[in-house]
Design a protein around this ligand. Structure first.
Ligand code: HEC
Ligand code: HEC
Length: 442
């Protein structure tokens, strides 16, 4: 039973209480009262005494129900089930039964990333396209002054698929307005870019070449011309798309997208844990996993790719307000509202695509503006501005949630610094073994 189940229970309890009271009142007024020849005042006194017993009993029931049904329960049962399994037993990825409604009555289901990224029917992933796409991705000829390739900002061979800068550097040393997200696992996202404005990898790949601050090509025709000029491209295009067909922009972006669909990391400790290796996560990470669920991070960062904007969502709710709860301190310090993303310019709350948290420990700095360096600080900010949590000694606030249309006191139970560190530990379990090993190489 989740929060909604619990509040349903409370509603029923309150209704029962009201009915009980009414019956009691009628009983005392018309049965017990006349029987015991009680006066008006005494009748009321008797109602009150009998009623208070009823209230105490109801409170007891509510407390028991709360203790039994708190959301922690769902992961506890899951952990026990995991531990009961022999290590390394393979569990099929569960995205078919995926249910993101943690507020609903179903428990949250933790899922692993599939070994293959889905591709659109018109652009199946073939080894020939992947090889061609890899070359294009690393080719500086795709930029106006031949100095910048996709990999300049998305370092995939040595790095974690980004550039480590707050905001990216394009041609002529120009810096853009946004941080470069990693391309690892972008193949599992249903919409791309921080604000979710591209609907596919193919569509996305047409963006950077034309962006004057990134690759600065005058037109897609000019880009196609660049590739046609390079005779050594003829053969790989023939192999990928059929002999002798003229090179087109559709082929170029199809090959790049096919390559990006191989940039996936289903090899994190988290995946090993969910597949049945109970030793893959340590105690702090398990505690962090539980908190990630109970604090409500899973309301947005859900499913195998830790994003509600992924291909696993049947009815994706891809973009969210950020910040949901105003915290002047964080908003000012990190300029969180300078760019409103998908919202109207100047809005106090931006609208942003929910990012994946896979490999997040390897992709600092964070947020659309790259303003935060430490993952622990990001967790504090997220808990505060997205969940209305207090951290340690923060002041208590009354908050209005436009999404839930409720006025609530910011959480009574603050998140401790240890809680924050444990959530960070859990987030580290989302780092790919391969990428992590590579990042540790000298
Ligand atoms: C100058 C740096 C730069 C170059 C060059 C560049 N990108 Fe990016 N890339 C970015 C930035 C910055 C963003 C985020 C922009 C935004 O959201 O508005 C981004 C976003 C993306 C995303 C979306 C990831 C996600 O999680 O939504 C993909 C995929 C991507 N780039 C692939 C490419 C490809 C393919 C190329 C080459 C054709 C390329 N990029 C060239 C900086 C760069
Ligand atoms: C209401 C939806 C929502 C909730 C709840 C939420 N997040 Fe986020 N999260 C987002 C959005 C949207 C962003 C992108 C913010 C931006 O524009 O930079 C984000 C960004 C992040 C990032 C930075 C990713 C990056 O690559 O820069 C981390 C880490 C993160 N969230 C962790 C958490 C944790 C931990 C929790 C629980 C305490 C949480 N989030 C709760 C929506 C949410």
């Amino acid at each position: 039973m989740g929060h909604a189940g619990l509040s349903g229970f409370m509603n029923v309890s309150i209704a029962m209480l009201v009915i009980g009271f009414t019956v009691l009142l009628l009983m005392v007024q018309f049965e017990l009262g006349p029987m015991g020849k009680l006066s008006g005042g005494r009748k009321w006194l008797l109602t009150l005494i009998l009623g208070s017993g009823m209230v105490a009993f109801s409170i007891k029931l509510i407390v028991i129900a709360t203790l039994l049904n708190f959301p922690k329960q769902t992961i506890g049962a899951h952990l026990r089930a995991q531990q009961a399994r022999p290590p390394h037993a393979t569990v099929a990825p569960q995205y078919a039964v995926y249910d993101r409604s943690v507020g609903g009555s179903k428990p949250y289901v933790w899922q692993v990333l599939p070994e293959v990224a889905p591709a659109p029917a018109w652009n199946p992933t073939t080894p020939e396209k992947v090889a061609l796409g890899e070359r294009l991705f690393h080719d500086t000829a795709l930029s106006a002054d031949r100095t910048v390739s996709c990999s300049s900002c998305h370092e995939v061979r040595q790095g974690a698929g980004m550039d480590g800068r707050r905001t990216s550097l394009g041609i002529g040393g120009q810096s853009g307005a946004r941080n470069a997200p990693t391309v690892w696992n972008a193949a599992f996202q249903s919409v791309l870019f921080w604000d979710g404005r591209a609907a596919s990898l193919e569509e996305q790949a047409k963006g950077p070449p034309l962006n004057p601050k990134e690759m600065g090509m005058p037109s897609l025709e000019a880009l196609v011309q660049r590739v046609r000029e390079e005779v050594s491209y003829r053969e790989p295009f023939d192999r990928a798309f059929g002999v002798g067909r003229p090179i087109t922009i559709t082929q170029i972006v199809a090959a790049i997208a096919a390559y990006e669909r191989t940039l996936i990391t289903p090899d994190a400790p988290y995946d090993r844990f969910v597949r049945g290796d109970a030793s893959a996560l340590n105690a702090a990470q398990l505690r962090g996993m539980e908190l990630f669920q109970s604090v409500g991070c899973v309301q947005c960062h859900s499913g195998p790719n830790f994003s509600g904007a992924s291909v696993f969502d049947k009815a994706p709710n891809t973009q969210r307000l950020f910040p949901v709860f105003a915290s002047q301190r964080y908003v000012e310090r990190y300029r969180l509202t300078g760019d409103a993303g998908g919202n109207a310019a100047g809005s106090k709350q931006g609208i942003w695509r929910i990012p994946s948290l896979r490999n997040v420990a390897l992709t600092a700095p964070y947020f659309h503006n790259g303003s935060v360096d430490s993952l622990a600080e990001v967790v504090r900010i997220m808990a505060t501005v997205q969940r209305g949590k207090r951290i340690g000694g923060d002041e208590r606030t009354i908050v209005w949630s436009r999404q839930d249309r409720t006025l609530t006191r910011a959480d009574a139970e603050p998140l401790s610094e240890r809680d924050v560190q444990d959530i960070v530990a859990f987030l580290k379990s989302l780092s790919s073994d391969t990428l992590l090993a590579r990042s540790r190489e000298p």
